[in-house]
Write a protein that binds this ligand. Structure first.
Ligand code: SF4
Length: 62
């Protein structure tokens, strides 16, 4: 399977300058190991806080 980085970048909402952008497998692995979620779980305004915690995700859904 070929990497779909260019296709993934079309829906990636992450605004943080990061080399994992579009590389969803590396992105989710990185955040999962930290007990976090990747940017695409958050709306654009919440994503820009760069707080990727599960708590932030849950509070953004209230
Ligand atoms: S969500 Fe995190 S790992 Fe993924 S591209 Fe953004 S800053 Fe990088």
């Amino acid at each position: 399977m070929e990497c779909k980085k260019e296709e993934n970048l079309e829906f990636c909402n992450c605004s943080y300058p990061c080399e994992k952008k579009g590389l969803c497998c590396e992105c989710i692995k990185y955040h999962r190991e930290l007990g976090e979620l990747p940017a695409c779980y958050f709306d654009d305004a919440t994503e820009k806080t760069y707080d990727r915690s599960v708590e932030k995700y849950l509070s953004s859904k209230k």
